[in-house]
Design a protein around this ligand. Structure first.
Ligand SMILES: N[C@@H](CCC(=O)N[C@@H](CS)C(=O)NCC(=O)O)C(=O)O
Length: 282
């Protein structure tokens, strides 16, 4: 079985060190019984899932202590349908409520907890952020998914990607790069990461990892503008605490040609994130 590398412990920008970020949460595998809701917030994830990583990052950026429950999506416990009737991760349980859909969870987390705001206080910046989310952030996710797996999954990884797909993806990245230039980086809207960075990062990271399969080097594209942003995000304690091993992601992509399906039977939370093994609650 492939093992993930231990994540570094050095500090990045914001939110303390990676160790401090990792100390904010405990991990456990979903068992036969639903976790006690009194111990919320509880975030249900699969630790390879990019949508789940969005919610995980939002909680870490807010510096909220929480429980992380890794759900084996190939063998979901019956109670998980009570948490999310659609059976999807992520889901977050807090204060008697359950929130689903990764983007909605991030907004819920931002409103429900004190801590650094993920939506800028400045109304103009907040508006720009919403435009980024609706525009190139969403656009980069869907164009990148097309590039990795092909529209409607008709293409296989490494075969049939058209120049058009690469151009579509690059056009979205160019808009993100323009925002970086406009605000002077290192994040999409300047010095602090916002919801826009959090929503798009888990995907762009995976598209970068997929370079051996897609032939598109995200890090080198556009004069390294996106690579610089990825490096700034990678250095954040939140991103260091959630980072899945690149080789595992690549292996999953090779096998399933998809970013929202994984070899669920094979991976457990701690194989993916052994740096957090000591946090696993039995
Ligand atoms: N639109 C959802 C997508 C979530 C999603 O597709 N999650 C996948 C894992 S990456 C899942 O739970 N799949 C389980 C299944 O399809 O049964 C969101 O943004 O939260």
């Amino acid at each position: 079985m492939v093992r993930a590398q231990a994540a570094g412990r050095s500090s990045g920008g914001g939110g303390g060190t990676a160790a401090e970020a990792a100390a904010l949460f405990t991990i456990r595998e979903a068992g036969p019984h639903q976790p006690d809701a009194g111990q919320d917030p509880i975030l249900y994830v699969h630790t390879l899932c990019p949508y789940a990583e969005r919610a995980w990052l939002a909680l870490l950026e807010k510096q909220v202590p929480f429980q992380l429950v890794h759900v084996d999506l190939s063998n979901k416990p019956a109670w998980f349908r009570r948490v999310n009737p659609r059976g999807l991760v992520p889901a977050v349980q807090h204060g008697g409520q359950v929130q689903v859909e990764s983007a909605d969870i991030c907004r819920f987390v931002d409103d429900a907890f004190p801590g650094p705001r993920l939506v800028p206080d400045d109304s103009q910046l907040a508006q720009e952020m919403e435009q980024l989310i609706r525009g190139p952030c969403g656009g980069a996710v869907s164009a990148g998914l097309d590039l990795c797996a092909g529209r409607g999954r008709h293409w296989g990884i490494g075969s049939g990607q058209s120049a058009r797909q690469r151009a579509d993806f690059e056009a979205q990245l160019e808009q993100l790069a323009a925002s970086l230039r406009r605000h002077g980086g290192p994040f999409l809207l300047g010095q602090q990461p916002t919801l826009a960075d959090i929503l798009v990062y888990p995907f762009v990271k995976r598209f970068a990892v997929a370079a051996p399969l897609t032939g598109y080097n995200v890090e080198a594209a556009l004069g390294g503008a996106i690579g610089g942003w990825l490096a700034a995000m990678d250095a954040r304690p939140s991103c260091r605490a959630t980072a899945a091993d690149s080789q595992l992601l690549l292996a999953a992509l090779r096998k399933h040609r998809s970013l929202d399906f994984f070899d669920y039977d094979t991976y457990t939370a701690c194989e993916l994130h052994p740096q957090n093994a000591h946090l696993l609650q039995q």
